[in-house]
Design a protein around this ligand. Structure first.
Ligand code: AMP
Ligand code: GLY
Length: 424
């Protein structure tokens, strides 16, 4: 079967490598892909939200499966667009339609959804320009810290955790009145701060049932021991020791099952990944956020542990038979370490030559923010390369990923050496 992956990051590279392993994968296309995926499939010049060109590519190349990596095309309605074409009625789209993607595209929608279906989450209230005055009053009296979230997509930057009332009031003003995140922060969700440890759980849904994937823990802060600014993710570990059978039973019963049932009740034929960003508060799971896609860098840790054929899984999705599948998972631990440009997540320099990739042993390399300049591989994004290794435990895997991280070099490269150590 010919397959298209939409996206250009490490997540998409990890999917490309896994799909290419399947004897059932025919030609693989990427829109647009990156220098790492070039060896696995056909990179195109098509942007992730250029739906007309994506549709043309699918029609011209007899593509039967489309996997949508990032959130933007999902929230903009890529699935609705493609399936409205008379010749693409049978296309398998791994990714929800516009309505389903609201789980990620609107924090207000997702909070209302959780309230309606009694899914545990932090208590909240929503404010906009018309209710700014009462919002200011509300945050001024809220327990501290208090969490403010831009309703719409904000590339992972739309969450502010205010430690003081003064900070909370000015953040609310900046978001709503000054449009700090543009239209995305015209509406703001104000919610209770939850204290606990986070874990990302993933379910692949077919509109009827779902297949649970291995969970992972993401490391969001730039500095070791979880200090400094938030990033897109500095590394990941899978499995997560505290997400044991008892915890996962609670997750399934209190969160996953009611979410899938809720989506059905809302008339949403959700085909794709639901990413449950959870926090364990004294052993009880609460939803911090939903995403309508897989995580990055979580995918780079989760996918290498899956032994089952991913093409078979996507075909089962198309047939609404996912709940009949049993996933074959490598019991070993995967650690993923993200190598980033020095200065990230603030300003950083691009265009430095990257070397040493050929010296990496016992680890897999996923390109994230690289590009080719006159045939030379250079850094072109904040998060540049993810390396993943499997080991008998976290320490064992981390020794391999850190050794690989040392072998890859460019000017001002930075990475965290403590990924997963908090779980040991
Ligand atoms: P989000 O974009 O909703 O995932 O939020 C980004 C990060 O902010 C999360 O990964 C958490 O670390 C933190 N966060 C968000 N909401 C809360 C909350 N209610 N309580 C504590 N931390 C939170
Ligand atoms: N790593 C978090 C995310 O993909 O949103």
């Amino acid at each position: 079967m010919n397959i298209l992956i939409v996206g250009s990051g490490g997540r998409e590279h990890a999917f490309a490598l896994k799909l290419k392993e399947s004897p059932k994968c025919g030609s693989l296309y990427l829109a647009p892909g990156n220098p790492g995926t070039e060896k696995l499939g056909v990179n195109t010049n098509i942007k992730v939200d250029d739906f007309d060109s994506i549709e043309k590519l699918i029609l011209e190349n007899n593509i039967e499966i489309v996997l949508v990596g990032p959130e933007v095309p999902l929230v903009k309605g890529i699935k609705d667009h493609l399936l409205s074409h008379p010749k693409l009625k049978d296309l398998i789209v791994v990714g929800p339609d516009k309505k389903g993607a609201q789980l990620e595209g609107s924090k207000d929608f997702s909070k209302m959804f959780m309230l309606k279906y009694s899914i545990p989450t932090a208590s909240y209230k929503t404010f906009n320009q018309n209710s700014l005055h009462s919002g200011i009053e509300y945050v001024s009296k809220h327990s501290l810290p208090v969490v403010l979230k831009a309703d719409g997509l904000a590339a992972g930057k739309g969450v502010i955790i205010a430690e003081t009332h003064k900070e909370a009031v000015s953040a609310l003003n900046e978001m709503i009145a000054d449009k700090k995140f543009g239209e995305s922060s015209a509406t703001v969700v104000v919610e209770q701060f939850l204290t606990g440890i986070e874990v990302s759980v993933f379910a692949l849904c077919d509109g009827e049932g779902y297949l649970l994937l291995p969970e992972a823990k993401d490391y969001k802060r730039i500095g070791e021991k979880d200090t400094g600014l938030n990033t897109g993710g500095m590394g990941a570990v899978s499995p997560v020791p505290f997400a044991d059978e008892v915890f996962m039973k609670k997750v399934k019963e209190r969160i996953i099952d009611p979410t899938i049932a809720g989506l059905k009740s809302e008339g949403i034929n959700y085909t794709g990944f639901v990413f449950f960003g959870l926090i364990s508060v004294s052993g009880d799971p609460f939803v911090i956020e939903y995403n309508a896609r897989m995580g990055d860098p979580e995918t780079e840790a989760v996918i290498p542990r899956i032994k089952s054929d991913l093409v078979d899984i996507f075909v089962a999705l198309g047939q609404k038979k996912l709940s009949q599948l049993t996933l074959d998972v490598d019991p070993r631990t995967a650690t993923t370490v993200m190598l980033v440009s020095g200065g990230y997540p603030e300003d950083f320099e691009k265009g430095f030559s990257i070397s040493g990739l050929q010296n990496v042993k016992d680890a897999v390399v996923f390109h994230s923010g690289t590009s080719l300049k006159n045939g030379d591989l250079v850094n072109s994004g904040g998060r540049v390369i993810a390396v993943t290794a499997l080991g008998e435990n976290i320490q064992d895997a981390l020794i391999k990923t850190n050794a690989a991280a040392e072998k890859i070099t460019w000017s001002k490269k930075y990475y965290r050496k403590d990924i997963g150590l908090d779980l040991c």
